[in-house]
Design a protein around this ligand. Structure first.
Ligand SMILES: Cc1cc2nc3c(=O)[nH]c(=O)nc-3n(C[C@H](O)[C@H](O)[C@H](O)COP(=O)(O)OP(=O)(O)OC[C@H]3O[C@@H](n4cnc5c(N)ncnc54)[C@H](O)[C@@H]3O)c2cc1C
Length: 360
């Protein structure tokens, strides 16, 4: 027997966008719950403990001008530090490995000392207990004849005046049933909007020491021939934990992938690179709650921040909020915060009467 509950707002997804929207709505006094499909919060913010720091398996950096991220980290008391830049670059192609002077790959950026997912953890810790519900995938969202929306999960139907979908639009369309209530134009847009980094495998390799720095290398490399196409230093602020990371196409992950990655690292950085303390392979395309099927086919990034996702739909009651829907900084953590801010503002700016009078 499904249970029925009523709330002002249901937020779908406890990634950084969903959590930021939830925090803003709770602060404004709205009865809000945030439903998260996974057994953890953070979404594409995911860090593995590696004392004295952490290794980021999802997002790593934020950049100059991204004031929402900088302000949030400062407010939550999360220490940040500069990405290591010093040293030379390695380039790998069919002709072999070349060393070029200076770091030609990394832009100045900052990192989160306790790992990027600390942002999500600290934000969630400020919310009243029971606002965020884990292991609660939303399976359907429908309009009610009497007004408001029904949000269905495997064990309950929640009635909400408004819903914030803080899930990439293509994933929302793949996992949530909307019936025929969204316009064909919006359905087409949502289905074809890429999921940022959804087709990527991130490989993080931890070593006893940052030996490449001693050799005058930045840890930055670009490869045309190896599985890891782009590599960076991922060590902590004082070089500990010592780590490198690289991005590979998720389609390259399969039998022999790990050995081939280690062979590439050895070719680039020398024999010490063949002996990692730990190696993490995070294939985001294999994550049911990040990537829709055939995520690698979604490649039209001009659809990010599309005006159709800036406007509420379903009678003004459903608001999009993932980073893909941000008008600025789409794809980044800053974009997720920008989208959350817009969605929360949009929820709060509609009075119940206005919501009731919206017809599209
Ligand atoms: C490998 C990688 C590297 C990156 N590097 C950077 C970087 O260096 N800097 C940067 O700024 N950004 C980076 N990003 C992007 C950054 O991680 C994202 O912009 C940001 O985390 C997106 O947040 P979000 O809340 O919009 O979406 P998500 O983090 O995807 O959150 C969506 C949430 O919704 C949940 N969910 C999905 N479906 C349902 C459902 N049906 N019901 C309930 N819950 C559901 C998911 O489990 C998830 O928790 C990177 C991403 C990846 C994967």
């Amino acid at each position: 027997m499904l249970q029925h509950h009523g709330h002002d707002v249901v937020v779908v997804g406890a990634g950084i966008a969903g959590l930021a929207a939830t925090a803003a709505l709770v602060a404004a006094g709205r009865d809000t719950v945030c439903l998260e499909a996974r057994e953890r919060i953070g979404g594409r913010l995911l860090s593995a403990a590696a004392p004295p720091g952490a290794l980021d398996l999802g997002a790593t950096w934020f950049w100059d001008g991204e004031r929402r991220v900088a302000d949030l980290a400062a407010r939550l008391g999360i220490d940040t530090f500069e990405q290591h830049l010093a040293g030379d670059t390695l380039v790998q192609d069919a002709a072999g490995v070349r060393r070029l002077p200076g770091n030609l790959i990394d832009a100045p950026a900052r990192r989160f000392a306790p790992g990027a997912d600390a942002l999500a953890r600290a934000l969630a810790a400020e919310l009243p207990v029971d606002v965020v519900r884990l292991d609660t995938p939303v399976t359907a969202i429908h309009r009610r004849a009497a007004g408001g929306l029904d949000v269905r999960t495997p064990s309950a139907v929640l009635h909400a005046e408004q819903v914030v979908v803080a899930v990439p639009p293509a994933l929302a369309l793949a996992r949530i049933e909307f019936g025929s209530e969204l316009s064909p134009e919006l359905v087409r847009l949502a289905r074809t909007t890429p999921v940022w980094m959804g087709a990527v495998a991130k490989v993080v390799v931890r070593y006893p020491a940052a030996f490449w720095r001693e050799a005058g290398l930045a840890g930055a490399a670009a490869s045309r021939t190896g599985l890891l196409q782009e590599l960076h230093d991922m060590s902590g602020s004082d070089g500990r934990p010592a780590a490198l990371f690289g991005f590979a196409s998720a389609q390259a992950v399969g039998p022999g992938f790990e050995q081939a990655v280690i062979a590439q690292l050895e070719l680039l950085f020398g024999p010490a690179a063949a002996e990692p303390e730990a190696l993490h392979i995070q294939d985001w395309s294999d994550e049911r709650w990040t990537a829709p099927p055939a995520v690698h086919r979604l490649a039209d990034y001009s659809l990010f921040g599309h005006p159709l996702c800036q406007r509420p739909v379903l009678g003004g009651r459903l608001h999009w909020a993932s980073t893909e829907t941000a008008a600025q900084y789409a794809g980044h953590i800053e974009g997720a915060l920008t989208a959350a801010e817009r969605a929360a503002h949009s929820v709060l700016s509609l009075t119940p009467d206005e919501v009731n009078s919206c017809s599209t």
